[in-house]
Design a protein around this ligand. Structure first.
Ligand SMILES: NC(=O)c1ccc[n+]([C@@H]2O[C@H](COP(=O)([O-])OP(=O)(O)OC[C@H]3O[C@@H](n4cnc5c(N)ncnc54)[C@H](O)[C@@H]3O)[C@@H](O)[C@H]2O)c1
Ligand SMILES: [Fe+2]
Length: 389
């Protein structure tokens, strides 16, 4: 069977990546809409970018209102600013939220209407040039054909997709992730782990997506330069660079394969309880992998071999179990909160499990799991998140 492998048009990685990218950015247009958040402005990251644009004579207008995961009304405002300011291309600097917001703004400026109209449609219209500069390692949005926007009327996180949402340039400079606080580092790094594990164990996985997924997983579990090192010693630039690479590899993996049960179940929690995306994935990791493992124990066992926790003589099932134990141990070391610790009320959560399971299934992601969950299975997993609480 043939498979298409989509990537961003250009990827620049490593120290000084932004400076290296100036000549490419210059070809994109005359005036950029910079999509970002207030923290990026305060940290001086936006100034770093605007200094570079000044050097190459590119005008810009800064839209820094993406101060939470992006919602429909933020997209409307960004599109209006783009049009009234005569911008002709876009740059996002920040985590997944500004990057996703940039893609959605580009869609509305190019095609019109409201972003909520695009749910369920494949976006193929040509969009203005887009450049993504991630500051978390992370979502991989810089390498995906997806944008996730909150529809505030329906209280759902919409997964919008289409090849036109691939950016023209991804700038992966580890300098931008150094300042990420420990909790953000942990949640976003586990988001990348979910992307890679889900992509690898999806029914849509194939050789190229597997290569990216395995490489990302090995980087995340690297004992010297992996996620735990970034969490406990955020100033380690080598570790930050390793995780930034893991994030884009994991992004490329799931972009071309798919996510599965974890992301499918995570989006409804994010939409209803405003749990940051990486954290809601992390809350589900152990329970979802334990459900999914019997669909492809040999693939989970292979991952145990890749990260070096498989021991000679173990059965496939024991190897698979070792991998899941390693994931759960990492979550513990990263002090991932349970839903109760995050402050979600158990009774309220339980009362919403049917809606959440319905929304999870209708996103299509759970059906990509090699053990396809029923609605009842999903409800049981949601309920199990409150076991012992
Ligand atoms: N498009 C995709 O393929 C895709 C994939 C996964 C997730 N997402 C989406 O991405 C969004 C989440 O993105 P995220 O997890 O990167 O978080 P985020 O962009 O919401 O950022 C989280 C917080 O960390 C801060 N932050 C980011 N980088 C920082 C840095 N270097 N230093 C200090 N603070 C920093 C931000 O200002 C913000 O307060 C969600 O909406 C999720 O649905 C998209
Ligand atoms: Fe994700």
């Amino acid at each position: 069977m043939a498979n298409l492998f989509l990537t961003p048009q250009k990827i620049v990685t490593g120290e000084e990546a932004l400076s290296f990218s100036k000549d490419i950015i210059k070809t994109f247009g005359n005036k950029a809409l910079i999509v970002t958040d207030d923290i990026m402005v305060k940290l001086g990251n936006v100034k770093r970018l605007t200094d570079s644009l000044n050097e190459i004579g590119i005008s810009y207008v800064v839209y820094s209102d993406i101060n939470s995961e992006p919602c429909d009304y933020m997209i409307e405002k960004g599109a209006e600013l783009y049009n009234t300011s005569d911008c002709d291309f876009l740059i996002a600097i920040g985590g997944g939220s500004p990057m996703d917001a940039m893609k959605a703004v580009a869609v509305v400026t190019a095609i019109g209407g409201n972003i909520n109209d695009y749910m369920g449609k494949i976006i193929t219209t040509e969009l203005p040039p887009m450049c993504a500069i991630p500051t978390t390692a992370g979502t991989g949005s810089e390498a995906t054909q997806f944008t996730i926007i909150n529809n505030t009327t329906e209280n759902i996180k919409m997964l919008l997709k289409g090849p036109s949402l691939m950016v023209n340039l991804a700038v992966i400079d580890p300098i931008f992730t150094i300042t990420a606080p420990a909790a953000v580092t942990a949640a976003t790094g586990l988001d990348a782990l979910c992307h890679a594990v889900e992509a690898y164990t999806s029914v849509k996985s194939f050789s190229m997506s597997d290569t990216m997924a395995v490489s990302a997983i090995k980087r995340i579990f690297d004992s010297k330069l992996g996620l735990y090192e970034c969490y406990s010693n955020g100033k380690n630039t080598e570790a930050r660079a390793n995780m930034a690479t893991a994030a884009i590899e994991a992004g490329m993996a799931f972009n071309n394969s798919s996510v599965t049960i974890i992301h499918g179940m995570s989006r409804p929690i994010g939409a209803l309880y405003h749990v940051p995306h990486g954290l809601s994935n992390a809350m589900l990791l152990d329970k979802c992998l334990r459900f999914a493992v019997s669909g492809c124990p040999e693939k989970f066992c292979q991952l145990a071999k890749e990260i070096g926790v498989y021991k000679e003589g173990m059965s496939i099932e024991e190897g698979a179990d070792r991998f899941i134990e390693s994931v759960s141990l990492l979550c513990k070391k990263l002090e991932i909160q349970t839903p109760a610790e995050f402050g979600i009320d158990k009774d309220d959560f339980i009362s919403k499990t049917v809606k959440m399971a319905t929304d999870a299934i209708s996103s299509g992601s759970p059906a990509n799991t090699r053990r396809n969950p029923s609605k009842e299975d999903i409800i049981e997993i949601y309920k199990a998140l409150f076991e012992n609480n």
